[in-house]
Design a protein around this ligand. Sequence first.
Ligand SMILES: CC(C)(COP(=O)(O)OP(=O)(O)OC[C@H]1O[C@@H](n2cnc3c(N)ncnc32)[C@H](O)[C@@H]1OP(=O)(O)O)[C@@H](O)C(=O)NCCC(=O)NCCS
Length: 168
Amino acid sequence: MVETVISIRGARFGDEAGIARVHDEAWREAYRGVIPGRELERMITRRGPAWWRRAISGGTRLIVLDFADMVAGYASYGRNRMPSLAYSGEIFELYLAPEYQGGGLGRRMFEAAQRDLAAHGYPTFVVWALAGNDRAVGFYRRLGGRIVRRAPEQFGADTRERVAFGFD
Ligand SMILES: CC(C)(COP(=O)(O)OP(=O)(O)OC[C@H]1O[C@@H](n2cnc3c(N)ncnc32)[C@H](O)[C@@H]1OP(=O)(O)O)[C@@H](O)C(=O)NCCC(=O)NCCS
C-alpha cells in the first residue's frame, strides 16, 4: 500500500516558490469575480517568490502543509492587528491549492495554527474573510467561528465587505 505523507511544519528557505504557487492558484480560484480583476492581478504579482522569501525571514509565523513533498497550503498568523477586537491573536491567511481543498487539510492547518497561537500566548483569535468568499465563510462557521465585526475593504475604486470571525 502506498501512503501519502502529509506534514505541517514551519516554512523555511526553499519553500518560497511553492508558497507563491499556492498563493497564486488559491487566490485566482477564490477571488475571481469577488475582487476586481485588475486589483487581483496586481495583488498576485506582488506576492512572488522574492516576497515570500522576505516573509520566511521575517517575524510572522508561517507554516506550510506538505503533501507528498509538495507545498499544498500555507497559513500565517500572529498578534491581532485590530486592538478594538477583544482577541489576542489573528490568523492572517490560510490557503490551500485548489486541488487539495475539501479533504480535511484546511481543518488540519487551521488546528495547527490554533495550537501554535495558543503556545505563543494567543489563546483567542480572529480571522478575516471577504463576505463574498462563500467557501471561507462556510468553513470558518463550521469550525466554530462567529462573526464579531464587519468592515469595508477598498480594492482600487471598489469596496467589498469583509467579516471577522472570532474564536474563543
Ligand atoms: C477555506 C479552505 C482553507 C478550507 O479548507 P478545506 O480543506 O477545503 O476544508 P476542510 O475539508 O478541511 O473542511 C473542514 C470542515 O469544514 C467544512 N466546510 C468546508 N467548507 C465549507 C463550506 N463552504 N460550508 C460549510 N462547511 C464547510 C467541511 O465539511 C469540514 O467539516 P468536518 O470537518 O466537520 O467534516 C480552503 O478551501 C481554501 O484554501 N479555499 C480557498 C482560499 C480561501 O478562501 N482561504 C480562506 C481565506 S480567508
